[in-house]
Design a protein around this ligand. Structure first.
Ligand code: FMN
Length: 185
């Protein structure tokens, strides 16, 4: 259906944000989308911090944005805003890297006090990068994302329902079906 890039902006090796994104992209894949993952923490720190636009990893990340119809951007809330790691990536992308793209912003955080971080901090940046359509985003509390002993991720029922709706709205906006297709077999 559509080419979707799923970007995780958490520096954590055990990131809840990355787990949340994985939960989402499984749903998007079942809806027929072609989902590619970009974990910003795997990019070379030197290239990001020195804005080395010619570094192969930065060139490849830029190409991943170019090729996407839709972009899911997930970030932990750090100090009442999005992560510095995510900003480091956004800063090395071309000014209008999101032109013509549909974008779904997502955040995880420890306190509902910062539930508006997506709207007052992240959304203006995405907008300045030319995003054609930024669909309503969603904030998920970290305590609603649990990891089992078998490493499976479970979302609290209310959070899972809300994310399913948000994901389906994004899927429709980017040009896909709203219902999850059940795999055969
Ligand atoms: C350095 C740091 C700063 C944080 N600042 C906030 C904050 O301002 N507001 C908030 O709600 N949560 C804050 N948190 C909690 C994280 O946003 C939350 O645990 C998030 O789910 C972590 O996501 P991650 O596991 O993907 O890194 C902070 C966590 C860290 C490590």
């Amino acid at each position: 259906m559509a080419a979707i890039l799923s970007v995780s902006g958490s520096p954590s090796a055990t990131s809840r944000t990355a787990r949340l994104l994985r939960h989402l992209y499984e749903r998007l894949r079942l809806q027929g989308h072609d989902v590619t993952v970009l974990d910003v923490r795997t990019l070379p720190a030197d290239a990001l911090l020195h804005a080395d636009l010619r570094h192969p990893a930065i060139v490849q990340a830029t190409a991943q944005f170019e090729q996407a119809d839709g972009v899911v951007i997930g970030t932990p809330v750090y100090k009442a805003a999005y992560s510095g790691l995510l900003k480091a990536l956004l800063d090395v992308l071309p000014q209008y890297a999101l032109t013509g793209k549909t974008v779904l912003p997502l955040a995880t955080g420890g306190s509902t006090a910062h539930v508006l971080a997506i709207d007052y901090a992240l959304r203006p940046v995405l907008s300045s990068m030319g995003a054609a359509h930024i669909v309503p985003g969603w904030f998920t509390l970290d305590k609603d994302i649990t990891v089992g002993v078998d490493a499976t991720t479970t979302l609290a029922p209310a959070a899972a329902d809300a994310l399913a709706q948000i994901t389906d709205r994004f899927s429709t906006a980017v040009g896909g079906p709203t219902t999850v297709l059940t795999p055969a077999g």
